[in-house]
Design a protein. Structure first.
Length: 523
């Protein structure tokens, strides 16, 4: 290629990357290695089918434009120089759900791929197990055996944060706390029958990895006959239900709590989404909705597995919201000994807040809170950012973790912890967000970020399928529920969203009052 042509192509591609620039590795990879990412895309990136922009898919363009491939022309350059003007699309127009469906595999394949990347189970010495339990149970008032999907002391998330709070509450009243989680996580229960390697935390301290049967035997030896014990199940994702039930039985535990943080006890998709893309109520046996769902076709059934626990133990269901409990009851799959609603956080009114004087003069600030997960509505927020990036009426912010490069928005790293539980609400207030978009596509069982946004005075926007988010809006009046993504785009284009937010933002502020979680039901 003549030098002038190469320079022209380079200039065209660089111009095409703005304002939505996202050559893979642009921020951390190729650039950090001293490689110019644009030149890399010209030389090799397009052959590797890397995407230079959030608005362009190299694979899609090559698959749908064989003439461009035959000519050997760089696809992104062709799109910028000619394709766009010719009416060719840079990426498909079918939305993010099509991407999910196109990649969806049978559950057995999903699990096999996850397990293929595992190392050998790390079984710790029996002496470590015995010593940790002997020390941890000494002088305890009561014993609590807890279960979740990961090591809550190491990972960040809403459930992990409340588990750290709950641990401290148990410790403050003198209870011993033994927590078990799978060494290797899964978004399903493990029905394979393989012996699960369980990580163990004793009073919050790591105590190695052990088999369920060994933990049961060691607990039986370490636990004094007079020490009362109960269990609390926050999640059994990654666990084997039979091994869990046997552990509880051998330890002499007869009753406990099951938290409804998600819907894994009643359906193989813990978000209760059909094919991971759509919520339409509980998919009942014999319905087309269930028959067409890949998750229902698995050779195991979460509801049948959890029924074993309900048959063998007195299980009390704890839901963090009435909205989630309503979903559970509507499904009618499992019958708990009793059911309770215990909110993680309650919003307490603190008086009226006045909208900033300059609010009308500046762009409407729209934010997304938390990690950019699909089920939390990130693709919908991202589409708004891309579609309205040049609209002077709007300014976009992402507060949380997992920054997505190539978006014209302001990113604020925010992570709440025990010492700063209100970090997110403080960040929302500091950024002076007018609107927080919480377009969850699953029926949220709680959604702490909704409460954090309301506490900071922001105006929520959600959809009817968002569970407790929509319920929080209805209860507080601090937001708007729109029927569809099309309605959301229309409201943005017409300026209706700004009108709603700015006329209804002068309402009561709230403070967040944290509850006692499981301790509200355990003496």
């Amino acid at each position: 290629m003549p030098a002038d042509d190469a320079i022209g192509m380079l200039d065209a591609i660089e111009a095409g990357l703005d304002p939505v620039r996202r050559v893979r590795g642009f921020e951390h990879g190729d650039a950090a290695a001293g490689i110019d990412p644009i030149q890399h895309y010209l030389d090799a990136g397009w052959h590797e089918q890397r995407d230079p922009s959030l608005l362009f898919s190299t694979r899609f363009y090559m698959d749908n434009n064989p003439d461009v491939v035959a000519a050997g022309v760089n696809p992104f350059f062709h799109f910028i120089a000619a394709g766009k003007a010719e009416g060719r699309h840079g990426k498909h127009q079918l939305g993010f759900r099509w991407d999910i469906l196109a990649k969806l595999k049978p559950v057995a394949e999903q699990i096999a791929e996850m397990k293929a990347h595992r190392g050998q189970a790390m079984i710790s010495p029996a002496e470590m197990l015995a010593s940790a339990l002997q020390t941890g149970l000494a002088g305890a008032r009561k014993l609590v055996v807890s279960f979740s999907h990961d090591a809550f002391t190491k990972h960040v998330g809403g459930v992990q944060l409340l588990l750290r709070r709950e641990l401290q509450l148990f410790r403050d009243r003198g209870d011993a706390h033994v927590h078990l989680y799978p060494e290797y996580p899964l978004p399903f229960i493990d029905a394979s029958g393989e012996a699960i390697s369980l990580g163990m935390l004793v009073n919050g301290k790591h105590a190695g990895f052990h088999r369920a049967r060994d933990i049961a035997a060691a607990l039986g030896r370490a636990r004094p006959a007079t020490l009362e014990a109960n269990f609390v199940i926050h999640s059994l994702l990654g666990h084997n239900v039979d091994q869990t039930a046997d552990l509880l039985d051998r330890c002499g535990l007869r009753e406990g709590l099951l938290w409804l943080h998600d819907y894994s006890p009643i359906y193989n998709n813990f978000k209760l989404l059909r094919n991971d893309v759509a919520y339409g109520g509980f998919p009942r046996e014999g319905t087309i909705a269930r028959e067409l769902c890949e998750f229902a076709r698995a050779d195991f059934c979460h509801a049948r597995e959890f029924a074993k626990l309900f048959d063998r133990f007195r299980v009390r269901l704890v839901s963090p919201s009435q909205a989630a409990l309503d979903v559970w009851k509507d499904a009618g799959v499992l019958q708990a000994a009793s059911d309770h609603v215990i909110e993680h956080v309650k919003l307490v009114p603190e008086g009226a807040s006045v909208a900033p004087v300059q609010a009308e003069a500046r762009p409407l600030r729209i934010g997304f809170l938390g990690y950019p997960a699909v089920h939390k509505g990130w693709p919908v927020f991202q589409e708004l950012v891309l579609n309205f990036r040049d609209d002077p009426r709007y300014e976009f912010h992402h507060l949380g973790s997992g920054r997505v490069g190539g978006l014209p928005l302001q990113f604020h790293e925010v992570s709440a912890c025990e010492s700063r539980p209100d970090a997110m609400s403080e960040a929302v207030a500091a950024a002076d967000l007018d609107v927080v978009l919480l377009w969850s596509i699953w029926p949220e069982t709680f959604c702490l970020t909704a409460y954090e946004a309301i506490a900071a005075g922001a105006f929520l926007v959600a959809n009817p399928d968002s569970g407790n988010v929509a319920a929080a809006i209805a209860k507080t009046g601090q937001g708007l529920t729109l029927p569809s993504e099309a309605a959301l785009r229309t409201a943005m284009a017409a300026g209706d969203l700004a009108a709603h937010a700015r006329t209804r933002r002068t309402v009561s502020r709230f403070r967040m009052e944290y509850g006692a979680l499981s301790l509200e039901l355990m003496d």
